[in-house]
Write a protein that binds this ligand. Structure first.
Ligand SMILES: Cc1cc2nc3c(=O)[nH]c(=O)nc-3n(C[C@H](O)[C@H](O)[C@H](O)COP(=O)(O)OP(=O)(O)OC[C@H]3O[C@@H](n4cnc5c(N)ncnc54)[C@H](O)[C@@H]3O)c2cc1C
Length: 445
């Protein structure tokens, strides 16, 4: 069976590796000159920065991601690193709150800090433990808890406590998102508390480990797929650089809205399906400032005010000549950058970065921040070729996840979806999505 994978980011590479393990020899089509997508790392003045990977949960021995990476042989190529201190520190209206490692430790700390909510905290954790198992087995992924986090934490009244719990929505949807899918929340929440780690070398190291593990995959870079062809038996070819290439199946790790636009002709059922996909809401966009901070920072720092726009964070990656390599991350709007001339874009970007830099200096007290680069919503759009530079693609809300429009198997025969838009974003979401997808590809001898 001849299989094409569109996109050479984390999900595309994972698809290829998992297909190889099943005996296939797939071909990856990547439109950029190099693999990696959002997980790429880059250097400025010899300092290594990450675009879209800082840390992940489920990386403790015997947790989901650890086991998945181990079974693919990736842990022989990657070094997992612990945080020297706790992984996240929150500043809620200036008051510091340290999230300790370990879900039981966290529960105990919360119950001691919010004794009037002790019973609700117990109930909330119980619900999270019930839904926290990450598994690609069919009986698990069809049994999605369709509630929102807001529904599950409805009895919690203390505003500060609500915000502490809602902090974890930022890892897969957006800031303080009560309508977020509870099902994925629980998986992130417990698995981060019990197994957050960094990976030495960041996103680039993950991409290299995947790339170096591939043996029988053909990799085509500078190869943008512009069209997917189908007949009455389903998808049968794609067009890349003006050339037609025939395939028995195509997996697209590109945004589903963009993928469906690659078809010239769709039947009635497929047109309805595309309409549903087009109606899906996107996660918000963001701006990153890549910098060196003249302080030792061992924990990710999140500053929250009353409104979601008040959010800004400092994510430390590694040490460089006594300084900490950091990404400052905060919300931004694609529409503010779209349609700007080169000069207008440069001015807008400089202005927005200066504004956030001033803000973060005031909030953190860090005086010496050397900015080496920055990225806007247009940058994420460039790396993903997604929709409006949204941080995680399709919004992982309770409503959208219960609709089940986006599953790896599509309404077009022999076309499959992978990628951050399908099940959920991030390392956990991408692995889970691709593992579920593999149920449709039987092992061949
Ligand atoms: C700022 C930021 C911070 C993040 N931090 C973390 C973190 O700390 N931990 C974590 O687990 N996750 C994190 N994530 C999420 C994680 O990076 C993504 O969910 C994941 O990398 C997505 O991988 P993907 O392969 O699904 O998509 P992408 O990386 O977008 O890959 C899609 C690929 O398809 C290619 N492509 C597009 N169109 C075509 C075409 N027509 N033909 C051929 N190729 C095409 C693109 O060039 C790209 O390489 C972060 C994301 C962002 C944006």
């Amino acid at each position: 069976m001849n299989i094409a994978v569109i996109g050479g980011g984390l999900s595309g590479l994972l698809c290829a590796l998992m297909l190889e393990k099943r005996g296939y020899c797939p071909t990856i089509y990547e439109r950029l000159h190099k693999l990696g997508g959002v997980l790429d790392s880059f250097k400025r003045k010899k300092v290594l920065f990450d675009i879209g990977f800082h840390y992940s949960g489920a990386l403790e021995k015997d947790q989901y991601l650890y086991n998945s990476m181990d079974s693919l042989g990736l842990l022989d190529r990657l070094k997992l690193e612990d945080y020297e201190e706790n992984f996240d520190t929150l500043f809620l209206n200036d008051k510091r709150y340290i999230i300790p490692d370990g879900s039981q430790n966290f529960k105990k700390k919360l119950q001691s800090d919010f004794p009037h909510e002790a019973k609700n905290i117990e109930t909330f954790f119980e619900a999270c433990y019930e839904s926290c198992i990450i598994s690609s087995q069919p009986e698990s992924f069809v049994k999605v808890d369709s509630r929102s986090i807001g529904e599950v934490m409805k009895d919690i009244e203390d505003e500060r406590l609500r915000k502490i719990f809602l902090h974890f929505t930022i890892f897969y949807s957006t800031v303080f998102f009560e309508n977020g899918s509870f099902d994925f929340y629980a998986k992130i929440f417990i698995n981060m508390l019990d197994g957050t780690k960094k990976i030495k070398g960041g996103g680039g190291a993950i991409i290299n480990a995947l790339k170096d593990s591939l043996k029988s995959t053909t990799i085509k870079t500078k190869s943008e797929v512009t069209e997917i062809l189908q007949d009455e038996n389903g998808v049968n070819a794609l067009i890349c650089n003006g050339k037609k290439n025939s395939y028995d199946a195509i997996i697209s790790s590109v945004h589903p809205k963009v993928t469906m636009m690659m078809f010239n002709e769709l039947n009635k059922k497929q047109t309805r399906y595309t309409k549903h996909i087009d109606e899906l809401e996107e996660s918000p966009s963001f701006i990153s400032i890549f910098c060196l901070i003249d302080e030792k920072i061992n924990s990710n720092l999140y500053y929250y005010g009353d409104k979601s726009e008040d959010f800004i964070s400092i994510l430390p990656s590694r040490e460089h000549e006594g300084k900490t390599v950091c990404t400052i991350l905060t919300g931004s709007y694609y529409k503010d950058y779209k349609n700007l001339s080169k000069e207008e874009y440069k001015i807008k970007k400089e202005k927005e970065c200066a504004f956030h830099l001033k803000r973060i200096k005031e909030l953190s007290g860090f005086k010496n921040i050397e900015v080496l680069d920055s990225s806007t919503p247009m940058t994420k759009q460039f790396y993903s070729n997604g929709v409006e530079g949204s941080i995680y693609g399709v919004l992982c809300s309770a409503k959208q996840k219960s609709l089940s429009v986006l599953m790896p198997r599509t309404r077009v025969k022999n076309l499959y979806f992978a990628g951050e838009n399908i099940i959920a974003p991030g390392l956990i979401g991408a692995f889970l999505g691709v593992e579920i997808l593999m149920h449709y590809f039987k092992e061949i001898k």
